[in-house]
Structure formats: structure tokens, C-alpha cells
Design a protein around this ligand. Sequence first.
Ligand code: SAM
Length: 221
Amino acid sequence: SDSHFPIPVSPSHVDYSVHYPIFFASDGQVNCSKKIQFADVGCGFGGLLISLSTLFPETLMIGMELRDKVTEYVKERISALRVTNPGQYENVSVVRTNSMKYIPNYFEKGQLTKMFFLFPDPHFKEKNHRRRVISPQLLDEYAYVLGVGGIIYTITDVEELGDWMKSCLENHPMFEPVTEEQLEADPVVKLLSSATEEGQKVARNGGQTFQAVFRRIVPTS
Ligand code: SAM
């Protein structure tokens, strides 16, 4: 249950020195004003984050994962990479948490520039749709923590879920679709399938994927 993992009371209580020790001193001395900008929600084994870490070496990023053992695995994976590649992978970390409840505890208004929801659990039954990580209600929260111009990336191999995520985003006043041209130019889009463990599995099995990539906008009244 949630009582087994600590929850910061507000974003200013997130201890950056634990996650990014090279950037932040543990004595609480502020030696860096960087904030986390990318969140990989339900990061699983962390493949996307590991790829993003070297692609955006100056950007702080975090994975949010509900399963304890999976979170521990990602932590160890990052520690090992830091040891074998000195100076690299210092900008990436992971936290065990329930993203459906605690996003506002981690991020301030407008703080994030990218959020990832890659191959989320489908929750097929109608009565379980409220458990989906993309929903009209949760999009309000994501719109809050994303800065204007920030991008939300979603992908799935379940067509019905793909349609659902896309329609939730289309119907939300604070998001607009990223154009085909911009998708082509964005190096991150290629990683949605190729860098994630789930995407690699789908590719091995020759499965189809359905993506929806939207930008946070200022709504026109
Ligand atoms: N994104 C990864 C990938 O593409 O390889 C993992 C996909 S996996 C199918 C979905 C992940 O979301 C699981 O690891 C699961 O534990 C995690 N998850 C489900 N609900 C969550 C929640 N409320 N908060 C955080 N993580 C969650």
C-alpha cells in the first residue's frame, strides 16, 4: 500500500540530493537551481530514461514506478551505469510512487517539459477505465505540471487504449496535437518504441503501435 513509500508533502520537499548527487550537495546547500523536467510515468525497467539521459545530458529526469522490485532494479541499473561511465547518467533517477495520486507532490505548476506514458496498462473493462493513467481528470493535473509548449507522449499496442488516450487528449482544452512534421523532427519520438522494454517486445512480435503526442497550450477562450 501507499504507506510503504514516503511521499513528499510538496515539490519543494523532494530531496534532489538523493537523486542527483553530482548536481546537488547533500548538506542542503543549494548549488544548482535545476528542476526535474522530464517524467516517465510507469517507467517499468527504465529503458527510455537511460536513452534520454545521454541524449539530454543537462536535463534532470525521473521515472515514476509503482512496483517496488522494478523500481529497485532501475535504481541499480542507474548506479551501475554511473560507475562504469563516470560523469554520465547523473541526470536520471527513479522513484517508487503511485503517479495517479502523487504527481502534484513532485512537480510544481509548469515545471515539466516532457511527460511520457508508454505502453501503460490497458484496464479493458469499462468499470476499470478510471484506473487508466490517461483520463480527462488526470489530464487536468498533467496540464498543470507541464509548462506551456511542454509535450505529452503516449504509445500503446492496444488499439482501443490508443483511441482512448488520443480522444482524451483531443477533447482537452489545454492540449493540441503535434504536427506530423514536428513528430518527424523530434528525436524522442523514435525512442518511444525502440528504447522501451515494452516497445521492443511488441516489435519482436511484429505488433502494431498507436501513438498520440500532444502539446500543452494556452486554451483559446
Ligand atoms: N513504460 C514501460 C515500457 O514501455 O517498457 C513500462 C510499461 S508497463 C506495461 C506499465 C508500468 O506502469 C508497469 O511497470 C507498472 O508497474 C506501472 N504502473 C502502473 N500503474 C502505475 C501507477 N499508478 N503509478 C506508477 N506506475 C504505475
